[in-house]
Design a binder for this molecule. Structure first.
Ligand code: 1GP
Length: 244
């Protein structure tokens, strides 16, 4: 089964949880152990990515290690065309829609596309929208951040993603954000679009995960949560609240 079909099928049945692992943050063996823990607790897919310091080497080594430790899909969440791995099951073929930099909107994608074709990696198209505070990804992506009090701008980009034929749309507050995407914004996007909505950035508690789900997220992503020792309890609480 294609990873896209797996995700669509799962999301049709209820909100899913995905665990983001940054290859720059730990050794591959550690990444594999985190992925195995997350799978055991019920996460639905592993995403591999980070805004900075992703190399072909740390990406490949982390992807191979994670693939060896889980049976759920492993999806690459790229920051550009400089590192692309055939060791993942799929990659988000994504455009940062509210970037001021045409490189982030389409040029990296044009460089990556022939390589993706040659490697035979499954591309899953996704519109990526950066919301305040945006964190590192907003900075390196030169995003015109969506203001937290401006849900209709997020709706505009998300609807544009849908009309451009993208499979998914992702509202991103930025990894490590002190506040997740506001529920009102998640709800506004959900109410006016019909492609699956992924929400991430700054979700570190069961309450925040539940708020994203209740507002209409089809998928909740957490990353930073698993970068601290003793994450099991909180990760379990987050996954349980997403899936209950
Ligand atoms: C970042 O949305 C993800 O792309 C995850 O964010 O690291 O804050 O969980 P956190």
């Amino acid at each position: 089964m294609k990873v896209k079909d797996y995700l669509l099928e799962k999301m049709a049945a209820g909100t899913i949880h995905m665990t983001l692992i940054d290859p720059d943050k730990q050794a591959p063996e550690r990444a594999a152990a985190i992925a195995a823990d997350a799978e055991a607790l019920g996460t639905d897919a592993i995403m591999i990515g980070g805004s900075t310091d992703i190399t072909q080497k740390n990406l490949d080594e982390t992807a191979v290690a994670i693939k060896g430790s889980v049976s759920i899909p492993v999806i690459y969440f790229p920051s550009g065309a400089h590192a692309l791995s055939a060791n993942c099951d799929a990659l988000y073929f994504m455009s940062m829609l509210n970037s001021r930099d045409v490189r982030m909107v389409i040029r990296e994608q044009a460089m990556a596309a022939p390589i993706v074709k040659k490697l035979g990696i499954e591309p899953i198209s996704m519109g990526y929208i950066i919301v305040e505070p945006g964190m590192k990804v907003g900075e390196v992506g030169k995003a015109d951040l969506i203001r937290r009090d401006d849900p209709m701008s997020a709706v505009g980009y998300a609807l544009a993603a849908e009309y451009l034929g993208m499979d998914l749309v992702y509202l991103e507050a930025g990894s490590g954000a002190d506040m997740p995407v506001p529920s009102e914004m998640v709800g506004a996007v959900k109410g006016l679009t019909s492609i699956p909505l992924i929400v991430g950035g700054g979700i570190r508690s069961a309450e925040a995960a539940k708020a994203a789900k209740d507002a209409g997220a089809n998928a909740v992503v957490t990353g930073t949560l698993v970068e601290v020792d003793g994450y099991l309890q909180e990760l379990e609480a987050v996954i349980t609240s997403v899936k209950s």
